[in-house]
Design a protein. Sequence first.
Length: 333
Amino acid sequence: MVKKLERKYVTTKTVKGRVYYYFRRGETYQRLPNDPDSQEFDAAYWAIRSGRAQKQTKTTFEALIVSYYQTPEFKDRKPRVQQEYRRTLELIREKNGPKDFTKLRRRDVIAARDAYADTWRKANAMVEMISILSRHAIDLEWITANPASGVKKLKGGEYQPWPAAKLRAFEVYCESGSLEWELTAYMLGIGTGQRIGDVIGMEWAHYDGQFISVVQEKTAARLWVACPEFLRKYLDNLQRRGRFIISQSLHKGVAKRTIQQRVMAVREGIGAQAFVIHGWRYTAAVHLAEAGASDSEIQAVTGHKTLEMVKKYRSQANQKRLSQAAQARRSRT
């Protein structure tokens, strides 16, 4: 039931016996306080009529982020991934909460990216999260196109495999300082070629003496990764302190950020700041290529979805071999 009052533009709606007051102009309704005889009602009415009050939007960044947290897409993510997503999403909410998401434009996404240009990972995470929110907004029929689509991510330099001298220095540093977490992360990373997020999730139950079972966070693919001899020997001699191979307590593993910080301290100690933890994955792949493994064999270890990156490792291995062969010719002349 809709009823008009004497005051211009004021309309009521009765829902389940309760009366609600609205300022209506055309098809636009703006809610008014419940008591039409109150000063609060009068002030709200004249604020709307004079244009001083803005219609409250329902399509805010705040509402969209809260809605996204309730989606199966977010809830099905592993806890560590959810934590990483929340870090950027909460930053977006803090800066843009009450703003209307439907007014977001491509230039705004680029500006958000460039605001963090000094930390390219953070800048790229911003683009990725805005794109995810945009896809959710499309599902909600708030918008029809993704303003973050095609926005280029910043380049922070390519990951490089670690040279043999730095690998050995890392091992010696950890062994001399009894740094078990750091050394175990290193052995698993170099040995299996997995991302550090997957390494810290490895459990003793996943290891059968020959293989480690891994469900990759990024691809959700399950792999059975054969362990090289050096990794088997290391794991077979490692004390089992809990459920996880890198274990903080009986049932709790170590946080990704903790391992990253600890490995950074070792890198600083051996002068390897130029070589990042993700480089272990590249190192494993290049070592496999240098040992003569085929592209498909390398892919079976690393779990890459496509052969594009695998071919890059093969190219590096071939370049090194060809360089050695070429220089050997000089010594024969």
